[in-house]
Design a protein. Structure first.
Length: 275
């Protein structure tokens, strides 16, 4: 889902795009393929990853999954290989799709230390996928240290497209408690089009240097009816809710802060849960 939209967005921004996709028989862990595809490229956008196998596959589960060995081979080994080839090729900028899972408080794995969650929230990754994403971030940081090329890791929560919105609304119509059972995701999400625009911004923003790890999220939360303070008080009463200008101005404002991404990338999300 993400790759297709990112490619279209980059093409619309007048980039020439060279793809590498397992669906076409390519593999990010194959040195020859990676070297061949990266040759002559100025930038790398790295989206390839395997997630963990769900106990029971659901409508929103990712299509690419595997066991711990497969996850580490692809997500860590593939990332290391790609970055090594990028360094050899003199790539100028790398964008890596990480995950909010590195925080350790999503998909029912733990509670946040505070809300809204921001870029300074402590990390406590749980499970092979989250571990691999944090290791991937460290590899990207090392790439920047060694080469001097800028890099951006985008920490995204659940990524929604049209079918996702439709599925969630239908599920809540049938069962309102599905919004927070078996766990609540703080209403966090990002529209796939906004994620693609963040990728494009990371490649085009002028004067970018160094390594950056940025939360990206929609402006509002995906709640059916209740606002953010009400949901936090009811579902996570022991988690501190820090006051913020955004929540004071809009009680449905997102519980993930994206101020750093906005400042660094000169980017704004456009798609909200509410009109």
């Amino acid at each position: 889902m993400v790759g297709r939209v990112v490619v279209r967005t980059l093409l619309d921004a007048s980039f020439d795009v060279v793809g590498l996709d397992i669906i076409e028989g390519d593999d990010v862990v194959d040195p020859r393929t990676v070297a061949e595809r990266i040759r002559g490229c100025r930038f790398v956008v790295h989206l390839a990853a395997l997630d963990e196998e769900p106990e029971e596959r659901g409508e929103l589960d990712p299509p690419s999954t595997g066991g711990i060995e497969q996850i580490l081979r692809t997500n860590v080994g593939g990332t290391a290989l790609l970055l090594g080839k990028a360094a050899e090729e003199g790539v100028e900028r790398v964008v890596f799709l990480s995950s909010a899972d590195v925080l350790g408080c999503f998909i029912g794995q733990g509670r946040p230390a505070y809300l809204p969650i921001d870029d300074h929230h402590p990390l406590d990754p749980q499970g092979p996928y989250a571990w691999s994403k944090l290791v991937g971030e460290e590899l990207v940081a090392t790439f920047t240290t060694v080469t001097g090329a800028a890099s951006v890791c985008l920490r995204a929560p659940g990524v929604f497209d049209t079918s996702t919105y439709d599925f969630i609304r239908a599920s809540r119509s049938d069962n309102p408690e599905s919004e927070w059972a078996p766990f609540w995701e703080y209403g966090a999400f990002i529209d796939v089009r906004d994620l693609a625009s963040a990728v494009t911004a990371a490649l085009t923003v002028p004067g970018l240097s160094g390594h950056h790890r940025l939360l990206v999220n929609a402006d509002d939360l995906s709640s059916a009816a209740e606002d953010a303070p009400t949901l936090v008080e009811r579902l996570l009463p022991d988690v501190p809710l820090h006051s913020s200008i955004r929540l004071e101005q809009d009680r449905f404002a997102a519980l993930l802060e994206t101020g750093l991404a906005r400042a660094v990338l000169q980017w704004e999300p456009e798609h909200r849960w509410r009109p």
